[in-house]
Write a protein that binds this ligand. Structure first.
Ligand code: ZN
Length: 387
């Protein structure tokens, strides 16, 4: 400190020694302490990996072959998973010629074009659902293509065409995206919908959408528990990204670089919860049930669950789906993510059968958690207080 008080002119070294020392102290000691304290206090969310990308809150390292790539050795686990998949494929039920087991309804296009007062929900196959209420058309994970695959001539093919075309679809005001897998985020469908809807997406998907041609001002990208508010006509819409247990990636090199989520959406007095694609984690869904309003309607995946050892880290089975229904406190639900693309070993019609058995075992009210025929619309009761 002598040079600070000295009357002699300071040399360059003297002039800069203190700032350098302070800077070194800050960068070398204080900053790392602050960062580790912030991590310890949860300021950096636990589902953000320090090296970039995202991870599940619950690890599944005990599941041999599970394709849960949240661990640090994700490429090895991918290889292990691929080996299990290859070994198990001979045990897959054949869906060939079984398509008639997927119930199908003619779409009530008049009801879709001019919905009544009550909320209504229409299943368009896999995780694509149209929810309509108070003049709002909301679409989940829109997928209208023939195959869910990086290439148009290979990969899982639809068991039945979508019950209505994109041109016949009432123009959606909002689209919820759960994650970047091909059966949930389809580039041809995204391009066809374009800037018409507002795209609500988890972290990391905005950039992908912009590359697909969507304008930045038509995308809202959220982390888990972040919300965004919108006005659509007479309705107030509040969307919150909520957690899920899954993973992300479209190619080998982008694993878990984009977040996965479920969604909680309020349209005025009606509450929707979209489960996206998920494995089961009781604490995760019970937290959603505690923190947010109970859903009047939940959309919960029930398919792609066998072989269990391989799938359970990323996909619930109908019994787990019933637990989610109870955890989030839903009044009603429909089962999604089944019957459309064969991704797993169970027969095409097993999910609704197993769901009925699981609902009965859990003593849920009749038809509280049901499936819809492809193209079927379910008219829900008006939310309490609306007449
Ligand atoms: Zn997925």
């Amino acid at each position: 400190m002598v040079f600070l008080n000295s009357a002699l002119p300071a040399t360059m070294f003297e002039r800069w020694a203190l700032p350098f020392a302070l800077c070194g102290l800050w960068c070398g000691l204080v900053m790392p302490m602050l960062i580790s304290r912030a991590e310890a206090e949860g300021v950096v969310p636990a589902h953000h990996r320090p090296e970039g990308g995202y991870r599940n809150l619950r690890q599944h390292d005990a599941d041999p072959g599970a394709l849960n790539v949240a661990g640090s050795d994700s490429r090895r686990r991918l290889w292990d998973g691929t080996k299990v998949w290859w070994r198990e494929r001979k045990n897959f039920a054949s869906w060939e010629g079984q398509e008639q087991l997927l119930p199908r309804h003619d779409v009530d296009t008049a009801a879709l074009a001019t919905p009544g007062m009550a909320p209504q929900v229409t299943w368009l196959g896999h995780s694509t659902v149209l929810v309509q209420y108070r003049g709002v058309n909301l679409l989940t994970d829109p997928m209208f293509s023939e195959r869910c695959s990086p290439v148009p001539f290979l990969g899982p093919k639809r068991t039945a065409p979508p019950p209505l075309s994109l041109e016949e679809l009432p123009p959606p005001h909002f689209v919820l995206i759960s994650h970047d897998h091909y059966d949930h985020l389809d580039v041809a469908t995204v391009r066809a919908l374009g800037d018409q809807p507002l795209w609500l997406v988890p972290l990391g998907i905005s950039e992908w959408l912009r590359k697909a041609g969507i304008s930045a001002d038509r995308i809202v990208e959220l982390d888990w528990w972040q919300e965004s508010r919108h006005r659509q006509g007479i309705a107030q819409v509040v969307a919150t990204a909520t957690p899920a247990q899954h993973w992300g990636g479209r190619m080998l090199m982008d694993r878990n670089q984009r977040l996965w989520s479920s969604w909680h959406v309020r349209i005025d007095d009606f509450t929707l919860w979209f489960g996206g694609d998920t494995g089961y984690d009781a604490s995760l869904f019970q937290t959603i049930g505690r923190r947010l309003a109970s859903p009047d309607l939940a959309l919960i995946p029930i398919g792609a669950y066998l072989p269990r050892q391989f799938m359970r880290a990323m996909h619930v089975d109908p019994a787990d789906a019933v637990k989610i229904f109870q955890d989030v406190g839903a009044s009603r639900a429909i089962g999604i993510h089944w019957g459309t693309f064969q991704l797993s070993a169970e027969p095409i019609d097993a999910p609704p059968r197993d769901l009925a058995a699981a609902s009965m075992a859990a003593e849920l009210p009749v038809d509280a958690f049901r499936t819809l025929a492809l193209g079927e619309t379910w008219l829900l009761p008006l939310p309490p207080g609306v007449n």
